[in-house]
Design a protein around this ligand. Structure first.
Ligand SMILES: *[C@@H]1O[C@H](CO)[C@@H](O)[C@H](O)[C@H]1NC(C)=O
Ligand SMILES: *[C@@H]1O[C@H](CO)[C@@H](O)[C@H](O)[C@H]1NC(C)=O
Ligand SMILES: *[C@@H]1O[C@H](CO)[C@@H](O)[C@H](O)[C@H]1NC(C)=O
Ligand SMILES: *[C@@H]1O[C@H](CO)[C@@H](O)[C@H](O)[C@H]1NC(C)=O
Ligand SMILES: *[C@@H]1O[C@H](CO)[C@@H](O)[C@H](O)[C@H]1NC(C)=O
Ligand SMILES: *[C@@H]1O[C@H](CO)[C@@H](O)[C@H](O)[C@H]1NC(C)=O
Length: 534
């Protein structure tokens, strides 16, 4: 896809970064490795039914048969009788989740319990494709209910070559873990197939779905460097004022200030200048979402962007841009515009190596190419878009009222247009006019509860308002043994999934969350033991 460019500034990672990618998960790979731990895992496959619901009218073509679904496991800590930790792959390849076994939450839990860890790759991601291409008809089996049925089937049928004995659920305790979209799938699986699992942890589990999600920007407004935030808000107000005026010459001049005069579509312009902040849907550099409690896993991109905007001593050529458009705003300067535009020119524009800014070439910024969207080759980004268009929605848009970090040009139709272009009506399957959120919300949204389902969130996470601890949901949430929950103060998107092979050495707010997860899993295992004996 076109935004396949390196993440600038993410130098700490040794492996190639996955770059701009659709989905709530941006990068998980290339993290620190210790000599004594496996540094890669062999791929195994299970024959997974493509259609778990042969009688449901929803899957009218009802293909029979199975596909090869990949999984990867780590038995370094395993001792007979130990639990299985099922890490849900979500919207990326199994390989890009390895760090969770190597240094992250699954490593922590395996070590604490003599458990075995296994990553299950999501259908239609990585190399787990039910079909050789992804036409609208072929994508029909990419639904939440089919995906979570895979998890249940896997827990009952998985084999682990080299490990003696039958480790299937429910006799062996299986505990699920997922972050973000995979966290939501974990929660939905626990809700739907509860007796199969000893427990599960949904981390930053985005269990709620909405059509429009302006709240994505709220934690940045709340917690970002306040002068940077206020300058962006003021600049966006002024850009929108010029756009609303309909003065085409002025609009063109503003685009040109960012080096984006070639972008014909205003939405594409608005999205491109929003990239350093994030979204909608994908972005080429790292943002607030990619911050991490450990600098090894973090990126300074967002703060570099901000310090360009707040630079007290910019060069003259940059500073002069601040007053270039004052004539359109009653003489008021657009403070910080020079630094903002300079950053876009220096960091974003070079990613479009062909120089055809308005094209869908790799790294370029046009999105109005119908042919490009309609290409039916298997592609993770296409899979994520399909799920978004059909079930989960949650388009990142400017808020209807109040301050905004992104131009108000960015509304639902901008994203919906890609859906329409990407998924023309098939023989059996067609996408809805807007996402059918009920398929996603039927599990309970942000009020979801299931016995032994733990929900852990971070209060600076851009996805928080879709999670159990959402600002829009009843609060405070009170944890209990049956319905454990935890809100980490100062943490972002599933920050508990990262570790450094020594919980004691972690910063206290992460350490305490990990110790809580170890205790919580201990309770799951005690309950399971009561039910099943040894
Ligand atoms: C999805 O997009 C990213 C960034 O454009 C790209 O690196 C990746 O290869 C794409 N995935 C696939 C399967 O094409
Ligand atoms: C997919 O491609 C493989 C390898 O080319 C081929 O063996 C298989 O029959 C194809 N499957 C379908 C459903 O076309
Ligand atoms: C602007 O951003 C660039 C690229 O990230 C960074 O190297 C530079 O330090 C920033 N400039 C200022 C003044 O902060
Ligand atoms: C539109 O997309 C197609 C398919 O990716 C590509 O071949 C073509 O060059 C694109 N056109 C433009 C103007 O980007
Ligand atoms: C960050 O991670 C690295 C690599 O695991 C580790 O050496 C370092 O101590 C960690 N820093 C903090 C603050 O936890
Ligand atoms: C873990 O970190 C603690 C605190 O920094 C330290 O005292 C201890 O030696 C470390 N343990 C290992 C095994 O490295």
């Amino acid at each position: 896809m076109k935004f396949a460019t390196l993440i600038a500034g993410f130098a700490a990672l040794t492996a190639a970064s996955p770059a701009a990618k659709f989905g709530r998960e941006r990068f998980e790979q290339g993290l620190a490795k210790r000599q004594s731990r496996p540094t890669s895992y062999e791929a195994h496959t299970i024959d997974q039914p493509i259609d778990h619901f042969p009688h449901s009218p929803r899957y009218a073509s009802h293909v029979k048969g199975t596909f090869k679904q990949r999984y990867f496991f780590d038995s370094t800590y395993y001792k007979a009788g130990g639990p299985v930790f099922l890490y849900i792959g979500g919207e990326t390849s199994g390989e890009s989740r390895f760090s969770n076994l190597e240094t992250g939450i699954i490593q922590i839990l395996m070590q604490a319990t003599n458990g075995l860890g296994v990553i299950l790759e999501n259908r239609y991601y990585g190399k787990s494709w039910p079909f050789n291409s992804s036409t609208t008809d072929e994508l029909a089996y990419l639904t939440t209910e089919q995906t979570i049925a895979d998890n249940a089937y896997f827990a009952q049928h998985a084999t682990f070559p080299g490990i003696d004995g039958d480790l299937t659920a429910p006799k062996t305790p299986w505990i699920m873990y997922g972050g973000s979209l995979a966290g939501a799938q974990t929660a939905f699986t626990l809700k739907t197939y509860n007796p199969l699992f000893a427990g599960g942890i949904g981390s930053s589990a985005t269990t709620q779905a909405v059509l429009a999600y302006p709240q994505w920007y709220d934690p940045i407004i709340k917690f970002g460097p306040s002068d940077c935030v206020s300058r962006i808000i003021n600049i966006v107000d002024k850009i929108d004022q010029v756009i609303d005026s309909g003065n085409t010459q002025a609009i063109q001049a503003v685009k040109e200030a960012f080096g984006l005069g070639a972008l014909k579509n205003l939405g594409d312009f608005a999205m491109t200048i929003a990239f350093p902040i994030g979204g909608p849907m994908f972005y080429p550099t790292s943002t607030w979402q990619e911050l991490n409690w450990n600098s090894t896993y973090s990126s300074e991109d967002f703060f570099n962007f901000c310090s360009n905007i707040t630079n007290p001593n910019p060069p003259k050529s940059v500073a002069s841009v601040d007053t270039q458009f004052s004539k359109y705003t009653h003489g008021e300067a657009w403070t910080g515009l020079g630094g903002y535009a300079d950053y876009v020119k220096k960091v974003l524009l070079p990613l479009c190596t062909s120089g055809r800014i308005d094209s869908t070439d790799e790294g370029c910024y046009g999105t109005q190419n119908q042919t490009f969207w309609a290409e039916a080759a298997n592609d993770e980004n296409r899979s994520y878009l399909y799920s978004t268009c059909t079930e989960s929605g949650t388009y990142q848009v400017a808020p209807a009222h109040g301050p905004s970090l992104i131009s108000r040009v960015l509304q639902i139709p901008y994203t919906q247009q890609w859906c329409t272009w990407a998924f023309p009506k098939g023989k059996f399957n067609h996408i809805p006019a807007t996402p059918q959120l009920e398929y996603y919300l039927k599990y309970g949204g942000w009020n979801i509860q299931a016995p032994n389902l733990a929900l852990i969130d971070g209060n600076t996470d851009v996805w928080l308002d879709l999670c159990y601890h959402s600002n829009l949901a009843p609060s405070p949430r009170i944890s209990s043994d049956k319905y454990p929950s935890y809100l980490i103060a100062g943490a972002g998107h599933h920050w508990d999934s990262y570790g450094i092979l020594n919980v004691t050495a972690e910063p206290d707010y992460i350490r305490e969350a990990h110790l809580w997860e170890i205790r919580t899993v201990g309770k799951f295992l005690a309950t399971h033991k009561k039910k099943y004996g040894q």
